[in-house]
Design a protein. Structure first.
Length: 481
């Protein structure tokens, strides 16, 4: 907008300069002619002009003789061969006139002609600088061309409409009368001839009828790329935040694991160390006492072996190298054996284990050792996470093409936000004191990996403070998916 108005102002300035230069040239030519006649004391000037098809010759003479000064000016017709056709007008002075008076007469005559010339020049200057309306100062075709050229230079091809308004908002020029109000209200406007401080301000306003659609059409690529970049940035930011929290969580799990592992390993090592010191004591000579110490060392050594084996098994699950030794066996028999082994730990806390083995078909094809460990882990967790008087129930029933095993307790329960976390390796449900429940957080991770390896399913339901229930589905034949 401002570029167009500036160009309009430059065009008008150039036109004014051209007119001024032409008038100045004319003035200089006539002034030179006048001054040359004044400065020459002996004037002999001849001029020819034509009027109504007749040629006239003007003769002007100024001479100084012995008789005095002579000035003569005649106008006569001229024939085609250049001969005089007769004098039509003659004026002159002859005699002993004062030279100064004659020269003054000539100078007065010349000055009158100069005044007439100056008058003509003033008229031309007036015509050049007289007040012009805005429509006289602006050529609509030039304005339209300048706008199109400016938009083309800026790669704007949208349809536009323009109008010129005075200070009061009255339209003076418009290329479209249909949208005058919209053109007047457009935000694209600029003042015309802003350097004319005396003139009343006029404004050029431009309106784009299809502005929104044009912008969307020309900028959809940029908008699409911006949207994709924004999505990528959001994704990267989200992924980074998740990674930070995951790393923080892994760090906490690692510290928890090291703390628990140190605690678990310290107890059997201390026991073995004390037993070894007792055996080295020369005052202990009773063979039965020595045998007890040796058995204690053996049991604690087996315990250490089991702890190390648990850690090694976790590495095996990570590498998906868990191999199953499939065989057909009685699942109820396995449950009875595990319940008998763990019952002494439950009764030490004044607890009970209720069996409800309702499945009619209880023979499955699976890895007997791993299934035994799975049931033991579930019952052991139910006992460990029930502070006192545990009431544990284990039941079976036939569904689909397999057996559903349910282990429930009345323990501390699990928060809903921890349902998925409990199956992660090394994760342990917070219990206030990290050491009041022994373990590495590998039990449920092992159980889930084992069940998935048998093509089974596991689900958990729990209510904080009221207990938990684990439902395990195992197909009759683990080789079938």
């Amino acid at each position: 907008m401002y570029a167009v108005t500036n160009k309009l102002e430059k065009i008008e300035s150039i036109n004014r300069i051209k007119i001024y230069q032409e008038n100045q040239k004319l003035f200089n030519e006539k002034a030179a002619l006048l001054y040359s006649s004044i400065q020459n004391p002996n004037i002999d000037s001849t001029a020819v002009f034509e009027e109504n098809g007749v040629k006239y010759r003007v003769n002007e003479q100024n001479k100084t003789t012995s008789d005095g000064n002579i000035y003569q000016k005649t106008i006569e017709t001229v024939s085609e061969n250049g001969n005089s056709g007769g004098v039509h007008f003659r004026i002159g002075y002859q005699g002993n006139l004062n030279i100064n008076s004659i020269e003054d007469s000539i100078l007065s005559f010349k000055q009158n002609e100069k005044l007439m010339l100056l008058d003509d020049m003033l008229k031309n200057l007036y015509q050049t600088n007289k007040y012009k309306t805005i429509l006289e100062r602006i050529n609509p075709h030039i304005l339209d061309s300048l706008l199109k050229l400016e938009f083309l230079n800026r790669e704007i091809t949208a349809k536009f409409e323009y109008a010129i308004f005075d200070y009061d908002g009255n339209v003076l020029l418009a290329d479209s009368i249909n949208n005058v109000n919209k053109i007047r209200q457009s935000s694209f406007y600029a003042q015309l001839f802003p350097n004319d401080f005396i003139e009343i301000p006029h404004f050029l306003s431009i309106y784009f009828p299809n502005q929104k659609s044009y912008l969307l059409k020309t900028m959809w690529t940029i908008l699409l790329i911006s949207t994709l970049l924004l999505v990528i940035i959001i994704f990267a930011f989200t992924y980074t935040i998740q990674t930070i929290f995951k790393q923080k969580k892994l760090s906490e799990i690692k510290n928890d694991f090291i703390s628990n592992m140190t605690h678990e390993l310290k107890t059997p090592i201390s026991t073995i160390s004390l037993a070894c010191e007792a055996l080295n004591d020369k005052d202990i000579t009773n063979p039965i006492t020595k045998t007890n110490y040796i058995n204690m060392i053996s049991q604690e050594n087996k315990r250490l072996g089991l702890l190390v084996e648990s850690v090694l098994k976790s590495a095996t699950w990570d590498k998906t190298d868990l191999k199953l030794k499939l065989e057909e066996f009685d699942l109820h028999e396995i449950i009875d054996g595990v319940v008998n082994n763990i019952l002494i730990q439950v009764t030490s806390k004044n607890g009970t284990i209720l069996k409800n083995l309702s499945a009619n078909c209880f023979s499955i094809t699976a890895d007997k050792v791993h299934i035994t460990n799975m049931i033991y882990n579930l019952l052991d967790n139910a006992n460990k996470y029930t502070p006192s008087n545990p009431e544990i129930t284990i039941s079976t029933e036939n569904i689909r093409q397999g057996i559903l095993i349910t282990v429930s307790d009345n323990g501390i329960g699990i928060k809903k936000e921890n349902f998925n976390k409990i199956f992660e390796k090394f994760y342990r449900v917070p219990t206030g004191n990290i050491h009041n429940v022994k373990g590495f957080g590998l039990g449920l991770s092992y159980v889930k990996a084992l069940i998935e390896k048998h093509n089974g399913e596991i689900q958990v339901t729990s209510e904080l403070g009221k207990g938990s229930s684990f439902n395990i589905y195992l197909p009759f034949d683990s080789t079938l998916k």
